[in-house]
Design a protein around this ligand. Structure first.
Ligand code: NAD
Ligand code: USQ
Length: 383
């Protein structure tokens, strides 16, 4: 299949592009490289020394004999997007190309606007391009588990059956996102639902949990294919950050009590989930929603696990409960369904001691690249 991976220079996108190419799909990467620019603006850098995208693709071709097409540009620029789509003729579009950090979106008004314009307009442009010229193409769009928030009832996969005054209907699950970033994903979901209902497009919204790990089979083939691994207070995410903090002897930064519970998955499962979604397209007119995570953990659980794994390797790991810079529930009910990807054949890599060992060793290998001043959170949700 011709599969275009938008955001293919990023953490999930790079690993996925290589995986899909290795499975025999014809893959194109579209990316504006804006994430590398945001890193420079924030003066942060990934733990791992990622090479420029052209160098990544050159090395991939040398190693595998497979070529990946590259389209450098911004999907909020419709002229660029439609020209590239005409050239590539995608049968599936995997869309990772958004601003994905909650703290980044909460820095100030400018960053909130940037996030929502970038994300909502980019997705809207894709939907219009599909409506006008690629109506059979399948959009596989990365959403987030955070669209649902933390309701006091079970979280279904996208839709909930409601009985009201004696009548029943199946409706989109209520959304209560916790940041301007998470809100942008809710807006995207509504726009996709509209495009499927009104124009008959086909799309899959993957409400992904928090991704951890760095090694996939393909990214591990060569140093030049290494993936990014963010640890800073803006783009770093919970478990990845904790492993890097443990490696450099920094106390683990648990926000508040650490009772916040989220869905998590290994990056090796991210690439496989996308493959499953691509290989089993949604029906015309359908917005299909999958909850893409494999396990639920509280932040405090994860800190404990990293502490134990670190101790087994001779690291002394302490845990700090910081004042929570975010406004979120720290103790809450959280029970989300995640059976649809399992039904399609996903075989999860559950969080294990060996994964924690490998991530900790990875962090130790590159620890001289860590800037300690970027670890504590600097962005707050408070007024
Ligand atoms: P990332 O920042 O590493 O990668 C995103 C890529 O998209 C970057 O290379 C960036 O340059 C590109 N991009 C952004 N805006 C663009 C635009 N307008 N035009 C073209 N390219 C653009 O992020 P990631 O961690 O790989 O996340 C990918 C997607 O998965 C995001 O949509 C994110 O919301 C979602 N997601 C990520 C996680 C996670 O834990 N990392 C969890 C759930 C969902
Ligand atoms: N947290 C800590 N300590 C830290 C970092 C985070 O306690 O050092 C807490 C946060 O307060 C929050 C939870 O851990 O309660 C998750 O925070 P995070 O930064 O790991 O993840 P989040 O902001 O939710 O965003 C990440 C990705 C985003 C994706 C989302 C999936 O950056 O792109 O959409 O995970 S989910 O959380 O399921 O919505």
């Amino acid at each position: 299949m011709n599969v275009l991976v938008i955001g293919g220079d990023g953490y999930c996108g790079w690993a996925t592009a290589l995986h899909l190419a290795q499975q025999g799909h014809r893959v194109g990467i579209m990316d504006s490289l804006v994430r590398r620019y945001w890193d420079m603006q924030l003066q942060v850098d990934t733990l791992t020394p990622i090479t420029p995208i052209q160098e990544r693709l050159r090395r991939w071709q040398e190693l595998t004999g497979r070529t990946i097409d590259l389209f450098l540009g911004d999907i909020t620029d419709y002229g660029f997007l439609i020209t590239a789509l005409r050239q590539f003729q995608p049968e599936a579009i995997v869309h990772f190309g958004e601003q994905r950090s909650a703290p980044f979106s909460m820095i100030d008004r400018e960053h909130a606007v940037l996030t929502q314009v970038n994300n909502v307009v980019g997705t809207l442009n894709i939907l219009y391009a599909m409506k006008d010229e690629f109506p059979d193409c399948h959009l596989v769009k990365l959403g987030t588990m955070g669209e649902y928030g933390t309701p006091n009832i079970d979280i279904e996969e996208g839709y909930i059956k409601i009985e009201h005054n004696g009548r029943t209907d199946t409706l989109p699950y209520p959304k209560q996102p916790g940041s301007m970033y998470h809100l942008s994903k809710v807006h995207d979901s509504h726009n996709m639902h509209f495009a499927c209902r009104i124009w008959g497009l086909r799309a899959t919204d993957l409400n992904q949990g928090i991704v951890y790990g760095v090694l996939t089979e393909e990214c591990g083939m060569d140093e030049a294919l290494i993936n990014r691994l963010d640890y800073d207070g803006v783009f770093g995410t919970a478990l990845n950050r904790f492993c890097i903090q443990a490696a450099i002897g920094h106390p683990l930064t648990v926000y508040g009590t650490g009772g916040q519970t989220r869905g998590f998955l290994d990056i090796r499962d991210t690439v496989r989930c996308i493959e499953l979604a691509v290989n089993h397209p949604a029906q015309a007119g359908e917005l299909r929603v999958f909850n893409q995570f494999t396990e639920l953990f509280s932040v405090a659980d994860l800190a404990r696990k990293v502490q134990q794994a670190g101790a087994a390797m001779g690291l002394k790991v302490t845990v700090n409960h910081l004042d929570n810079p975010r406004i979120e529930k720290e103790e809450h009910y959280f029970n989300a369904k995640n059976t649809k990807l399992l039904d399609l054949g996903l075989q999860p890599h559950y969080l294990s001691d060996s994964l924690l060992d490998s991530l900790l060793n990875f962090a130790i290998r590159y620890k001289q690249r860590v800037d300690q001043t970027q670890i504590l959170p600097k962005v707050t949700w408070k007024r």
